[in-house]
Design a binder for this molecule. Structure first.
Ligand SMILES: Nc1ncnc2c1ncn2[C@@H]1O[C@H](COP(=O)(O)OP(=O)(O)OP(=O)(O)O)[C@@H](O)[C@H]1O
Ligand SMILES: [Mg+2]
Length: 291
Protein backbone atom coordinates (compact mmCIF):
# COMPACT_ATOMS: atom_id res chain seq x y z
CA UNK A 1 0.00 0.00 0.00
CA UNK A 2 1.45 3.35 -0.92
CA UNK A 3 2.02 5.83 1.86
CA UNK A 4 1.36 9.51 1.66
CA UNK A 5 5.04 10.17 1.42
CA UNK A 6 5.25 7.94 -1.65
CA UNK A 7 2.56 10.09 -3.11
CA UNK A 8 4.50 13.22 -2.28
CA UNK A 9 7.69 11.79 -3.61
CA UNK A 10 5.96 11.04 -6.86
CA UNK A 11 5.14 14.71 -7.06
CA UNK A 12 8.64 15.46 -6.12
CA UNK A 13 10.03 13.35 -8.91
CA UNK A 14 7.50 14.32 -11.52
CA UNK A 15 6.66 17.98 -11.60
CA UNK A 16 5.33 20.62 -9.35
CA UNK A 17 2.04 21.41 -10.94
CA UNK A 18 -1.00 21.35 -8.73
CA UNK A 19 -2.71 18.06 -9.33
CA UNK A 20 -5.40 16.54 -7.18
CA UNK A 21 -4.53 13.11 -5.91
CA UNK A 22 -7.72 12.14 -4.26
CA UNK A 23 -7.61 8.66 -5.77
CA UNK A 24 -4.18 8.03 -4.39
CA UNK A 25 -5.12 9.51 -1.06
CA UNK A 26 -7.85 6.93 -0.75
CA UNK A 27 -5.28 4.17 -0.99
CA UNK A 28 -2.97 5.77 1.55
CA UNK A 29 -2.58 3.94 4.83
CA UNK A 30 -3.81 6.89 6.76
CA UNK A 31 -5.55 9.98 5.59
CA UNK A 32 -5.05 13.43 6.91
CA UNK A 33 -8.07 13.79 9.10
CA UNK A 34 -6.85 17.18 10.21
CA UNK A 35 -6.76 18.72 6.77
CA UNK A 36 -9.73 20.01 4.89
CA UNK A 37 -7.64 20.36 1.80
CA UNK A 38 -6.95 16.73 1.01
CA UNK A 39 -8.38 17.21 -2.44
CA UNK A 40 -5.74 19.70 -3.47
CA UNK A 41 -2.58 18.97 -1.52
CA UNK A 42 0.37 20.30 -3.42
CA UNK A 43 4.08 20.53 -2.82
CA UNK A 44 5.14 23.89 -1.42
CA UNK A 45 8.87 23.36 -0.95
CA UNK A 46 10.85 20.69 -2.73
CA UNK A 47 14.41 19.87 -1.74
CA UNK A 48 16.51 17.80 -4.08
CA UNK A 49 19.92 16.29 -3.58
CA UNK A 50 21.00 19.10 -1.30
CA UNK A 51 24.42 19.36 0.31
CA UNK A 52 25.31 22.27 2.54
CA UNK A 53 28.74 23.40 3.74
CA UNK A 54 29.96 25.91 6.31
CA UNK A 55 33.41 26.39 4.82
CA UNK A 56 35.01 22.94 4.93
CA UNK A 57 32.39 21.52 7.24
CA UNK A 58 29.52 19.71 5.57
CA UNK A 59 26.27 20.14 7.51
CA UNK A 60 23.74 18.52 5.12
CA UNK A 61 24.20 15.42 2.99
CA UNK A 62 22.02 14.70 -0.05
CA UNK A 63 18.83 15.88 1.58
CA UNK A 64 15.65 15.39 -0.45
CA UNK A 65 12.11 16.00 0.73
CA UNK A 66 8.84 17.66 -0.15
CA UNK A 67 7.00 19.98 2.21
CA UNK A 68 3.28 19.93 1.40
CA UNK A 69 1.31 23.16 1.33
CA UNK A 70 -1.10 23.89 4.18
CA UNK A 71 0.40 21.31 6.50
CA UNK A 72 2.72 21.40 9.47
CA UNK A 73 6.02 19.64 8.86
CA UNK A 74 8.35 19.04 11.83
CA UNK A 75 12.10 18.44 11.79
CA UNK A 76 13.49 16.48 14.73
CA UNK A 77 16.89 15.05 15.59
CA UNK A 78 19.77 15.47 18.01
CA UNK A 79 21.66 18.72 18.42
CA UNK A 80 23.90 19.60 15.50
CA UNK A 81 22.18 17.33 12.96
CA UNK A 82 21.36 20.18 10.57
CA UNK A 83 17.72 20.99 11.30
CA UNK A 84 18.23 24.75 11.61
CA UNK A 85 20.61 24.76 8.67
CA UNK A 86 17.98 23.25 6.40
CA UNK A 87 15.28 25.56 7.74
CA UNK A 88 17.49 28.59 7.06
CA UNK A 89 18.10 27.34 3.51
CA UNK A 90 14.37 27.77 2.86
CA UNK A 91 14.56 31.56 3.07
CA UNK A 92 18.25 31.86 2.23
CA UNK A 93 19.19 33.12 5.66
CA UNK A 94 22.40 31.09 5.35
CA UNK A 95 23.45 33.47 2.55
CA UNK A 96 24.48 35.77 5.38
CA UNK A 97 27.02 33.23 6.71
CA UNK A 98 30.46 33.76 5.26
CA UNK A 99 31.84 30.69 3.50
CA UNK A 100 28.46 28.96 3.35
CA UNK A 101 27.76 26.97 0.19
CA UNK A 102 24.81 24.96 -1.03
CA UNK A 103 24.46 22.50 -3.89
CA UNK A 104 21.38 20.69 -5.14
CA UNK A 105 18.07 22.42 -5.57
CA UNK A 106 15.40 23.95 -3.35
CA UNK A 107 12.21 25.10 -5.00
CA UNK A 108 9.27 27.11 -3.74
CA UNK A 109 6.19 26.40 -5.83
CA UNK A 110 8.44 24.75 -8.36
CA UNK A 111 10.80 27.71 -8.74
CA UNK A 112 14.45 27.43 -7.75
CA UNK A 113 14.95 29.85 -4.85
CA UNK A 114 18.70 30.00 -5.50
CA UNK A 115 18.30 31.07 -9.12
CA UNK A 116 20.13 34.34 -9.89
CA UNK A 117 16.88 36.06 -10.80
CA UNK A 118 15.38 35.54 -7.34
CA UNK A 119 14.84 38.65 -5.24
CA UNK A 120 15.87 37.50 -1.75
CA UNK A 121 13.80 40.18 -0.01
CA UNK A 122 10.75 38.99 -1.89
CA UNK A 123 11.59 35.38 -0.98
CA UNK A 124 11.85 36.28 2.71
CA UNK A 125 8.49 38.01 2.51
CA UNK A 126 6.97 34.82 1.19
CA UNK A 127 8.92 32.63 3.62
CA UNK A 128 8.83 34.21 7.07
CA UNK A 129 10.66 33.02 10.13
CA UNK A 130 10.19 32.89 13.88
CA UNK A 131 13.24 32.14 15.99
CA UNK A 132 13.91 30.35 19.25
CA UNK A 133 15.16 33.52 20.86
CA UNK A 134 12.20 35.84 21.19
CA UNK A 135 13.22 39.03 19.42
CA UNK A 136 10.63 41.82 19.38
CA UNK A 137 11.93 45.24 18.39
CA UNK A 138 12.21 47.71 21.28
CA UNK A 139 9.21 49.57 19.93
CA UNK A 140 5.48 49.51 20.57
CA UNK A 141 3.37 46.44 19.88
CA UNK A 142 1.77 48.31 16.97
CA UNK A 143 5.12 49.35 15.48
CA UNK A 144 6.42 45.79 15.69
CA UNK A 145 3.54 44.52 13.58
CA UNK A 146 3.53 47.31 10.99
CA UNK A 147 7.30 47.19 10.51
CA UNK A 148 7.23 44.82 7.50
CA UNK A 149 4.18 46.34 5.77
CA UNK A 150 5.68 49.84 6.17
CA UNK A 151 8.91 48.65 4.57
CA UNK A 152 6.78 47.45 1.70
CA UNK A 153 5.35 50.95 1.38
CA UNK A 154 2.00 50.65 3.13
CA UNK A 155 1.26 54.09 4.56
CA UNK A 156 -2.47 54.47 5.10
CA UNK A 157 -3.30 54.36 8.75
CA UNK A 158 -6.58 52.53 8.24
CA UNK A 159 -4.82 49.80 6.25
CA UNK A 160 -2.08 49.47 8.85
CA UNK A 161 -4.69 49.33 11.64
CA UNK A 162 -6.40 46.50 9.80
CA UNK A 163 -3.13 44.60 9.35
CA UNK A 164 -2.35 45.00 13.05
CA UNK A 165 -5.68 43.61 14.15
CA UNK A 166 -5.67 40.77 11.65
CA UNK A 167 -2.08 39.74 12.40
CA UNK A 168 -2.57 39.86 16.16
CA UNK A 169 -5.78 37.89 15.78
CA UNK A 170 -3.90 35.38 13.66
CA UNK A 171 -1.25 35.04 16.34
CA UNK A 172 -3.85 34.64 19.08
CA UNK A 173 -2.73 37.81 20.84
CA UNK A 174 -5.32 40.44 19.92
CA UNK A 175 -7.58 40.09 22.94
CA UNK A 176 -4.64 40.36 25.31
CA UNK A 177 -3.12 43.49 23.78
CA UNK A 178 -5.84 45.41 21.95
CA UNK A 179 -5.99 48.04 24.68
CA UNK A 180 -2.24 48.56 24.87
CA UNK A 181 -1.13 48.57 21.24
CA UNK A 182 1.03 51.64 21.71
CA UNK A 183 2.86 50.37 24.74
CA UNK A 184 6.30 48.81 24.52
CA UNK A 185 6.49 45.25 23.25
CA UNK A 186 9.14 44.63 25.86
CA UNK A 187 6.45 44.88 28.54
CA UNK A 188 4.84 41.67 27.29
CA UNK A 189 5.52 38.25 28.81
CA UNK A 190 7.88 35.89 26.99
CA UNK A 191 4.98 33.89 25.54
CA UNK A 192 3.21 37.06 24.43
CA UNK A 193 6.42 38.37 22.87
CA UNK A 194 6.77 35.15 20.88
CA UNK A 195 3.19 35.48 19.64
CA UNK A 196 3.98 39.10 18.74
CA UNK A 197 6.92 37.81 16.67
CA UNK A 198 4.50 35.45 14.96
CA UNK A 199 2.12 38.40 14.33
CA UNK A 200 5.03 40.40 12.92
CA UNK A 201 5.82 37.53 10.56
CA UNK A 202 2.15 37.19 9.57
CA UNK A 203 1.81 40.92 8.85
CA UNK A 204 3.45 40.60 5.44
CA UNK A 205 1.14 37.75 4.54
CA UNK A 206 3.74 34.98 4.12
CA UNK A 207 3.04 31.73 2.33
CA UNK A 208 5.40 29.74 4.53
CA UNK A 209 6.25 30.20 8.19
CA UNK A 210 9.51 28.68 9.41
CA UNK A 211 9.73 28.19 13.15
CA UNK A 212 13.00 27.21 14.80
CA UNK A 213 12.21 25.86 18.25
CA UNK A 214 9.69 28.65 18.88
CA UNK A 215 8.55 27.29 22.23
CA UNK A 216 11.77 26.12 23.80
CA UNK A 217 12.04 29.14 26.09
CA UNK A 218 8.34 29.28 26.93
CA UNK A 219 6.24 27.97 29.81
CA UNK A 220 3.73 25.15 29.16
CA UNK A 221 0.72 27.46 28.90
CA UNK A 222 2.39 29.74 26.34
CA UNK A 223 3.59 26.65 24.50
CA UNK A 224 0.06 25.26 24.41
CA UNK A 225 -1.22 28.57 22.97
CA UNK A 226 1.32 28.48 20.16
CA UNK A 227 0.61 24.84 19.43
CA UNK A 228 -3.09 25.62 19.23
CA UNK A 229 -2.28 28.47 16.90
CA UNK A 230 -0.51 26.18 14.47
CA UNK A 231 -3.69 24.28 13.85
CA UNK A 232 -5.43 27.44 12.65
CA UNK A 233 -2.37 28.86 10.88
CA UNK A 234 -2.08 25.89 8.56
CA UNK A 235 -5.46 26.80 7.14
CA UNK A 236 -3.79 29.80 5.55
CA UNK A 237 -0.12 28.90 5.16
CA UNK A 238 2.52 26.19 5.27
CA UNK A 239 4.45 25.67 8.49
CA UNK A 240 7.85 24.05 8.95
CA UNK A 241 8.89 23.74 12.57
CA UNK A 242 12.06 22.51 14.26
CA UNK A 243 11.47 21.13 17.71
CA UNK A 244 13.42 19.24 20.32
CA UNK A 245 10.22 18.33 22.03
CA UNK A 246 9.08 14.99 20.68
CA UNK A 247 5.62 15.24 22.22
CA UNK A 248 5.25 18.59 20.53
CA UNK A 249 6.18 17.17 17.14
CA UNK A 250 3.72 14.34 17.68
CA UNK A 251 0.94 16.74 18.71
CA UNK A 252 1.25 19.44 16.11
CA UNK A 253 2.74 18.11 12.90
CA UNK A 254 1.33 16.22 9.97
CA UNK A 255 4.71 15.08 8.69
CA UNK A 256 7.98 14.59 10.52
CA UNK A 257 11.54 14.38 9.23
CA UNK A 258 14.18 12.76 11.42
CA UNK A 259 17.75 14.01 10.88
CA UNK A 260 21.01 12.52 12.06
CA UNK A 261 24.44 14.03 11.40
CA UNK A 262 23.26 16.02 8.41
CA UNK A 263 21.27 13.23 6.80
CA UNK A 264 17.52 12.94 6.52
CA UNK A 265 17.08 9.44 7.87
CA UNK A 266 13.34 9.16 7.58
CA UNK A 267 10.47 11.39 6.50
CA UNK A 268 6.90 10.25 6.83
CA UNK A 269 3.56 10.98 8.36
CA UNK A 270 4.08 11.93 11.96
CA UNK A 271 2.04 9.00 13.20
CA UNK A 272 4.26 6.61 11.28
CA UNK A 273 7.46 8.18 12.58
CA UNK A 274 6.28 7.86 16.17
CA UNK A 275 4.53 4.52 16.07
CA UNK A 276 5.96 2.54 13.21
CA UNK A 277 9.20 4.02 11.86
CA UNK A 278 10.99 2.00 9.24
CA UNK A 279 14.54 2.90 10.30
CA UNK A 280 16.01 1.55 13.51
CA UNK A 281 17.75 4.87 14.20
CA UNK A 282 14.44 6.73 14.06
CA UNK A 283 12.93 4.25 16.46
CA UNK A 284 15.86 4.58 18.87
CA UNK A 285 15.53 8.35 18.80
CA UNK A 286 11.79 8.64 19.23
CA UNK A 287 11.81 6.10 22.02
CA UNK A 288 14.58 8.00 23.78
CA UNK A 289 17.29 5.36 23.39
CA UNK A 290 19.70 7.97 22.15
CA UNK A 291 19.97 11.67 21.56
N1 LIG B 1 27.40 29.53 11.24
C1 LIG B 1 27.98 28.33 11.31
N2 LIG B 1 29.28 28.17 11.02
C2 LIG B 1 29.88 26.96 11.07
N3 LIG B 1 29.26 25.82 11.42
C3 LIG B 1 27.96 25.92 11.73
C4 LIG B 1 27.25 27.16 11.70
N4 LIG B 1 25.97 26.94 12.06
C5 LIG B 1 25.88 25.61 12.30
N5 LIG B 1 27.06 25.00 12.09
C6 LIG B 1 27.36 23.56 12.24
O1 LIG B 1 26.52 22.84 11.35
C7 LIG B 1 26.01 21.67 11.97
C8 LIG B 1 24.48 21.72 11.96
O2 LIG B 1 24.08 22.79 12.79
P1 LIG B 1 22.55 23.17 12.99
O3 LIG B 1 22.53 24.44 13.76
O4 LIG B 1 21.87 23.16 11.68
O5 LIG B 1 22.03 21.96 13.87
P2 LIG B 1 20.64 21.75 14.63
O6 LIG B 1 20.16 20.40 14.24
O7 LIG B 1 19.75 22.89 14.39
O8 LIG B 1 21.13 21.71 16.15
P3 LIG B 1 20.37 22.22 17.48
O9 LIG B 1 19.33 21.19 17.76
O10 LIG B 1 21.44 22.23 18.51
O11 LIG B 1 19.81 23.58 17.20
C9 LIG B 1 26.61 21.64 13.37
O12 LIG B 1 27.74 20.81 13.36
C10 LIG B 1 26.99 23.07 13.62
O13 LIG B 1 28.09 23.16 14.49
MG1 LIG C 1 18.99 24.38 15.62
Amino acid sequence: MSSRIDVLSEYHQADTQVRPYATKMQTAETTMASTQRSQDIKPKITVENTDFFYGEKQALFKVALTVPAYHVTAFIGPSGCGKSTLLRCFNRLNDLVEGARITGQICLDGKDIYAPSVDVTDLRTKVGMVFQKVNPFPKSIYQNVVYGPQLQGVRRRSVLDGIVEESLQGAGLWEEVKDRLHQSALGLSGGQQQRLCIARALAVNPEVLLMDEPCSALDPISTAKIEELLHSLKEQLTVVIVTHNMQQAARISDLTGFFLMGELIEYAETKTIFTNPSDRRTEDYVTGRFG
